[in-house]
Design a protein around this ligand. Structure first.
Ligand code: ZN
Length: 342
C-alpha cells in the first residue's frame, strides 16, 4: 500500500533555499506550458512527458535542481493536463504555493536531515518512515510553511476483526448517526471561530485569519481520522448514504455542510475500509428518512422542511423513531440489498 508521510521542515533559513528551488521548478513548468501552447498554435502533436524530458534535458545544473526533479515536473505536467482534461494548464508564478518534486535517488534521509542537490534541510521527525522512499516532494502550505512529503510503500494493515454491520446517516446536527443508535457529534469549530476570522478579515489581517483557518482544518481532519479509524476497526460492513454535499453547499446550509466535512469523512472511511478489508458501500439516501424501518411504509418527515422533526411515530405500525437512527437503519438495509443483488 502506498502512503505519504509528511514532515515539517525546521530551519527558517531553509525557506529561502527552497523558494529558489521552487522558482526553478516553476520555470520548468512554465516552459512545459509554453511548449504545449506552441503545439496548440501550430497544430502539432501534443508533447508527452517523454518529449518534454527530451526538451529540458541538461538544464538541471543551471537551475540548481536535481535532474530527476526536472523530469518529475515534466511528467507531472502531462499527468495533470490529462487528469483535468485541459488543453493547457495554469502559469505558475509567485503566488503559486511552492512545489519541488523529487525521485528516490534525488534525496537522502539521514536521521532528521534530508539532503537534496547540495542542500541539507532538517525536519521535525515526528515519526519513523516505515520503508524506503519511492518518490516525493517539498511543498508549501497556505501559511508559506515548507514540508517534505515522502511517498512510501508500507506493509498492509491488518484486516478488521470487527463484526458490526453499520449504516451511517450523515447529518448537520450530528455529523453521523449509526444504525446501532450511536451518534457522532460534529464539533463545530468553524461556527465558533467564525466571528474571530471575520474580524481578522475585516481588518485586513490576512495572516491570523489564515492561521485560524488552517488550525480549524487540522483539528477537523484529526477528529475525522480518529472517528473513521474506530469505525473501520469495529465493523465488517459500512454503508453510507450519498448526501450530495455539492448541492447542499449552494443552499443556506452551506456553512454547516463545509464544517461537517462529509466528503473528507467519506474519503477517509473508504480508504481505511479498503486497507482493513471492510466492505464499504455508498447507497442512495432517497426516502431513507421518510420510510419506517420497521414496516417499510413511507410516512416520515419530508425533505428540508421536515428537518426540524427529530422524532416521529409511524402511522402504520406505531413504532417510535428517532429521525436519524431510522434513516441509518434504512441505509444499512439498502446496503444489504445492493450486496444481495451482486
Ligand atoms: Zn412502521
Amino acid at each position: 500500500m502506498i502512503r505519504t508521510y509528511r514532515y515539517r521542515i525546521k530551519d527558517s533559513s531553509a525557506a529561502s533555499q527552497l523558494n529558489t528551488l521552487a522558482r526553478a521548478c516553476n520555470f520548468v513548468w512554465n516552459f512545459c506550458n509554453e511548449s504545449q501552447e506552441h503545439a496548440l498554435r501550430w497544430n502539432q502533436r501534443w508533447p508527452t512527458g517523454f518529449d518534454l524530458n527530451k526538451l529540458t534535458a541538461g538544464c538541471s545544473k543551471e537551475l540548481g535542481l536535481h535532474s530527476q526533479t526536472v523530469q518529475a515536473v515534466c511528467e507531472q505536467y502531462e499527468i495533470r493536463r490529462k487528469q483535468f482534461k485541459k488543453r493547457k494548464l495554469r502559469w505558475r508564478g509567485k503566488r503559486s504555493p511552492g512545489w519541488v518534486p523529487f525521485k528516490a535517488s534525488g534525496v537522502k534521509l539521514v536521521d532528521d536531515t534530508v539532503r537534496y542537490a547540495g542542500h541539507a534541510f532538517r525536519l521535525w521527525k515526528s515519526r519513523e518512515l516505515p520503508g524506503p522512499v519511492k518518490c516525493g516532494s517539498f511543498s508549501q502550505d497556505s501559511r508559506k510553511r515548507w514540508y517534505v512529503n515522502f511517498v512510501v510503500d508500507v506493509p498492509e494493515t491488518e484486516a478488521t476483526t470487527g463484526t458490526k454491520q453499520i449504516g451511517i446517516d450523515l447529518g448537520l446536527k450530528t455529523l453521523a448517526t449509526c444504525s446501532d443508535g450511536r451518534k457522532i457529534e460534529a464539533p463545530r469549530w468553524y461556527r465558533n471561530q467564525q466571528r474571530r476570522i471575520a474580524e481578522h478579515q475585516r481588518k485586513k489581517r490576512s495572516r491570523p485569519a489564515r492561521n485560524l483557518q488552517a488550525k480549524i482544518a487540522n483539528r477537523r481532519k484529526d477528529f475525522l481520522h480518529k472517528e473513521s479509524d474506530r469505525l473501520t476497526k469495529e465493523c465488517e460492513l459500512i454503508v453510507v448514504g450519498d448526501v450530495c454535499s455539492s448541492k447542499l453547499t449552494k443552499t443556506n446550509l452551506a456553512k454547516s455542510v463545509n464544517d461537517a466535512g462529509w466528503s473528507l469523512f467519506k474519503n477517509l472511511l473508504s480508504y481505511k475500509a479498503i486497507a482493513r478489508k471492510v466492505v464499504y458501500r455508498e447507497v442512495s439516501e432517497r426516502l431513507s428518512t421518510q420510510t419506517c424501518s420497521c414496516c417499510g411504509v413511507i410516512g416520515g418527515p419530508k425533505g428540508r422542511e421536515g428537518l426540524g422533526v427529530r422524532e416521529w411515530v409511524c402511522g402504520e405500525c406505531g413504532a417510535v423513531h428517532d429521525r436519524d437512527v431510522n434513516a441509518a437503519m434504512n441505509i444499512l438495509r439498502m446496503g444489504h440489498h445492493t450486496l444481495a443483488l451482486k
